[in-house]
Design a protein around this ligand. Sequence first.
Ligand code: SF4
Length: 238
Amino acid sequence: MTDTLISGELTDEELRELAERAGRKLEDASATEILQWATDTFGPRFCVTSSMEDAVVAHLASRVLPGVDVVFLDTGYHFPETIGTRDAVDAVMDVNVITITPRQSVAEQDAEYGAKLHDRDPDLCCALRKVKPLEDGLTAYAAWATGLRRDESPTRANTPVVGWDAKRRKVKVSPIARWTQDDVDAYVLEHGVLTNPLLMDGYASVGCAPCTRRVLEGEDARAGRWAGRGKTECGLHG
Ligand code: SF4
């Protein structure tokens, strides 16, 4: 069986097997080779998701598939710099930026759950503003790419380059899983890739403004996310 544009006919179980087989086969492949496999296999049913921390994966994917869909989840709590990065990516890169939003605005959520839900119950806030909207936003796709890297934190150390996202029943592609921060920096420099200005201002990982702080010397890249709240992931990748 070839992997070319077959995803539409496959059952979830067959897709899972396809993903796991590809993960083993592509473990040592380059990011471009991994993305080439993904676009060859899924065609328009493949997208990149981006938090607009940087546009590295979007840039890599656009070179393989010009006009590739780049899905951005606007939680309503982003830093202005993140929205600006999204707008710049949309303006200058050969990608199709698709912004998805939660069902409720922040004001509507405040009215139903009370203000600053992120301080009182960040898991619920992430479920409402991240997990559910992304699940809905990915409905049209069989596979999605992320910018996850193994060196970001212990929770990401086993990220496969291609794996099965059991929660959403989709193939999850992490083409730069094996990259280091130095690899990212070198790629950004070489290709002039857009990055979020906050990365130059002490933030190593950029999420929603109320739940993100600068990292301190010696901390891992995600230490500034939900600091002091006993939470390290939003549920998108758990
Ligand atoms: Fe809410 Fe914070 Fe999660 Fe954003 S990161 S959805 S503000 S809890």
